[in-house]
Design a binder for this molecule. Structure first.
Ligand code: RIB
Ligand code: CA
Length: 307
C-alpha cells in the first residue's frame, strides 16, 4: 500500500504522545519527520520527551528541535499541567535516538523538497514551526497536502474563555497557517472535548499487559487526575483527534468553514471564529463531533500493536 507521508509537529505532552503512537501504528501513514515546539513545556523539555516517545513507539524518523517561543508573542507554557516532566505518570526508558542536527524548519523543508508527493503536516502544538516554514520557504507550499491541527474551538476556549491553548500561544502563527491557502482540518475543542476517555477505557488499555500499555495507562491516569480535579468525568484526548481525523475520518462529523484567527482583542486574542456560510472563503474543515466509542476502540487497538 502507498503510505501517506506525514510530518508530526507538537509539544509532548501526554496527548501529543498518544497522538504520535496512533500515527506510528497506522499502516496508512509514513512518518518522515518529528519536530517540536515549545508549549506544554519549554523547548528542551518537549524535545527530550519527543526523543523518548519516538524511541518507545519505534518511530523511525529524524527528530528536530523547533521554536523556543512564538513568532512575536511572549512565550507561554502550560506549567505543570502535564507534570514536572511533561509526561508524568510513567517512567520512560532513556531515548535510544539522537536529535537531528537540523532545526525543525530546516528538517521540514528538506522532507518537503525530497518528497515525491505532497506531505501532510499534523500539528498538535502552537503553529510556530508551521508558520515559520511558510514564511521562510513559500515555494514549498505546493509540497504540503494539508495541515491537520489540534487547535482552536468555535464554541469555547480552555486556557482562557475565548481561546484554546495551542492557538493562544501563537495567534499570529495560526493566522498565517489558516490564511495560507493550504487546506486545514481543524480538530478544535468542539470535537476534542467529546473525545473523552473514561477510567474503564483506561483499564482496557492497561489490560493489554505490555510495557507500552502500562506507560500509556500511567499517562492517562495522570492526565485523568488533572482533569478530574477540574470536574471532568472523562479525560479529553485532544491531539489524537488530529491524527484520527486523517486515519479514520469516518468517525467524525466535520463542516467546511471560513475560520479566522483573532490576533487583536484584549480578551479575545487567539479566538477561532468560523463562518459556515461563506462558501467562497472556506479554508478549513472543522471537526464537530466524534464516535467516542469507536475512537476509544482505535486507541485500544493501537496499544495492542505493542507486545
Ligand atoms: O488545548 C489542548 C492542546 O494544548 C493540546 O495540544 C495539548 O497537548 C496542549 O498542547
Ligand atoms: Ca499538544
Amino acid at each position: 500500500m502507498n503510505r501517506m507521508p506525514v510530518i508530526l509537529d507538537g509539544d509532548p505532552g501526554h496527548d501529543d504522545a498518544i497522538a504520535w503512537m496512533l500515527a506510528a501504528v497506522s499502516p496508512e501513514l509514513e512518518i518522515r519527520a518529528v519536530t517540536t515546539v515549545a508549549g506544554n513545556k519549554d523547548i528542551e523539555n518537549v524535545t527530550k520527551n519527543a526523543l523518548s516517545i519516538c524511541s518507545l513507539f519505534g518511530i523511525d524518523a529524524p527528530v528536530a528541535r523547533g521554536a523556543h517561543g512564538p513568532l512575536v508573542a511572549a512565550p507561554v507554557t502550560a506549567g505543570n499541567f502535564h507534570g514536572e516532566t511533561g509526561l508524568d505518570g510513567a517512567e520512560l526508558p532513556p531515548p535510544g535516538i539522537r536529535l537531528s542536527g537540523y532545526s525543525a524548519v530546516e528538517l521540514m523543508a528538506r522532507v518537503l523538497e525530497q518528497s515525491g508527493e505532497p506531505v501532510t503536516i499534523i500539528g498538535t502544538g502552537a503553529e510556530t514551526n508551521l508558520a515559520a516554514l511558510l514564511l521562510w520557504r513559500p515555494e514549498l507550499k505546493k509540497k504540503i497536502r494539508a495541515f491537520y491541527i489540534m487547535g482552536g474551538g468555535i464554541e469555547t476556549g480552555n486556557w482562557v474563555p475565548a481561546a484554546e491553548f495551542n492557538i493562544l500561544v501563537d495567534p499570529e502563527a495560526a493566522d498565517i497557517v489558516f490564511s495560507s491557502g493550504i487546506p486545514v482540518v481543524m480538530a478544535g475543542l468542539d470535537v476534542t472535548e467529546k473525545a473523552l476517555v473514561y477510567p474503564e477505557d483506561v483499564e482496557r488499555i492497561r489490560a493489554a499487559g505490555s510495557r507500552v500499555s502500562a506507560i500509556v495507562a500511567g499517562w492517562l491516569d495522570f492526565f485523568g487526575k488533572t482533569h478530574a480535579a477540574m470536574g471532568y468525568k472523562g479525560w479529553p484526548l485532544h491531539d489524537p483527534c488530529a491524527v484520527m481525523a486523517l486515519t479514520h475520518p469516518e468517525l467524525f462529523d466535520m463542516r467546511d468553514a471560513c475560520v479566522r484567527i483573532e490576533t487583536g482583542g484584549m480578551y479575545t486574542r487567539g479566538r477561532t471564529l468560523a463562518d459556515f456560510e461563506a462558501a467562497e472563503s472556506f479554508n478549513a474543515k472543522v471537526l464537530l463531533s466524534v464516535d467516542r466509542r469507536a475512537f476509544v476502540d482505535e486507541l485500544v487497538k493501537a496499544v495492542r500493536v505493542y507486545r
